[in-house]
Design a protein around this ligand. Structure first.
Ligand SMILES: [Zn+2]
Length: 398
């Protein structure tokens, strides 16, 4: 079993030595107190260690559509630009787009992403090779040539994780406006039969809510609830336009919500109901959405923008830096029921080393304030996932 010692690193206002054994943090002790033997030693002097980001909603290969269609509302953007372009993408395109996405994510401190796209064998292959974690969505859409139900079902039934625990599948019914009630019941049922989480878009725009009320006589969260579909295995991206009664239902069913502030701002979708979600105790996580509506995959920006956007409502105290950080890290791991997203003995050995000598990190009055409000990805020196060093000295090793 390979061991890595990170010596004398800044962690929660003190300096510690951290030993990684295999893919777990095995020992954390005050700096210099214990002498560990290790295969590889990293001098942590001048660095702080933090858990990496969990990007809970993205479409990784959409890096290929970065800058292709901008400054227009979601419906026009999707129907007139994105969907026609996507119809031309080949499996090889998806592979290249995913590689770009993973390089970008590692460089900006993300080691886990929850994806929703097509040609998923290509995506799985790239994730496996590049050493990150991912939940790969098997996308269901009615009347879509690349989301044929029988093929998707067979894929789920026959799939085996090639990575030794870093990759899982989700069932990903795209949205309530692209999947019928019958299709939703089918994909949710299939997920539950195979112990998969369910990942879908919900209540991203006012138009979606109005259409749902017109067609089903109720708002989107109530619609899913009326079909008996909500539960702690459900991960809903956006949830911008949800009223008080819907938020109560999300909390009651222990649903995970993915807030995507940059995408919501760029597509003019609206502002997330921060205080109501927090007060109701909903598990909120963060995601970038695809690079065509963001236009990058930098979770540090999502963390900062979430905190700032909440303050534009005049409510400067509701989402402090520590909570935004938890949304971007630990809450994502909890949404997937894995024990990463936190640095503790016995946990998955995923971490970032932050260069505290960078101008953006100085002075260190309050590390977390610097990390959330001031830092950018240039402050990330090292990225470790599953006990493997993916980036060192800002150089990608994968
Ligand atoms: Zn999306």
């Amino acid at each position: 079993m390979k061991t890595i010692l990170i010596r004398n690193v800044f962690f929660k206002e003190r300096h510690v030595d951290i030993l990684i054994s295999g893919n777990r943090f095995s020992h954390i002790s005050p700096a210099g107190e214990v002498s560990y033997e290790a295969d590889e030693v990293i001098d942590g002097e001048g660095y702080a260690i933090v858990p990496p980001f969990y990007n809970m909603h993205t479409h990784a290969a959409m890096t290929l559509l970065r800058g292709y269609a901008d400054d227009m509302p979601l419906k026009t953007w999707l129907e007139d630009y994105i969907w026609p372009y996507e119809a031309t993408l080949t499996p090889d395109d998806i592979r290249k787009g995913t590689e770009i996405a993973i390089r970008e994510m590692i460089k900006s401190g993300t080691v886990f992403f929850s994806d929703m796209y097509f040609e998923i064998p290509e995506t799985i292959d790239v994730v496996n090779r590049m050493g990150v974690r991912a939940a790969i969505g098997v996308t269901f859409m009615d009347n879509h040539a690349k989301a044929v139900r029988n093929e998707k079902t067979r894929f789920i039934e026959e799939w085996k994780d090639p990575s030794g625990g870093r990759i899982c599948l989700t069932a990903a019914p795209h949205a309530i406006y692209t999947v019928s009630a019958e299709g939703l019941k089918y994909s949710f049922g299939l997920a539950r039969k195979h112990g998969l989480k369910i990942h879908m878009h919900l209540s991203e725009t006012l138009g979606e809510v109005e259409q749902c009320i017109k067609e089903h006589g109720m708002r989107p969260v109530h619609y899913l609830d009326s079909l008996g579909l909500l539960g702690p295995d459900v991960i809903l991206a956006h949830c911008v336009h949800v009223d008080d009664s819907e938020i109560a239902v999300l909390a009651k069913h222990d649903v995970t919500v993915v807030h995507c502030p940059c995408s919501n701002m760029k597509l003019g979708s609206g502002i997330f109901p921060y205080r109501k979600m927090i007060e109701a105790g909903v598990r909120v996580t963060l995601g970038t959405d695809g690079a065509s509506s963001n236009n990058n995959l930098d979770m540090g920006e999502e963390m900062k923008f979430a905190a700032l956007l909440s303050k534009t409502l005049g409510d400067v105290e509701c989402l402090p830096a520590d909570m935004a950080f938890k949304w971007a890290t630990r809450n994502g791991a909890m949404g997937f029921g894995n024990d990463g997203g936190i640095i503790e003995e016995g946990r998955l050995a995923d971490c970032l080393l932050i260069d505290t000598s960078e101008e953006r990190m100085q002075p260190l009055h309050h590390f977390m304030a610097n990390w959330v409000y001031s830092a950018d990805s240039s402050c990330i020196d090292t990225v470790i996932c599953d006990g493997r060093i993916l980036m060192r000295g800002r150089k990608l090793l994968v």
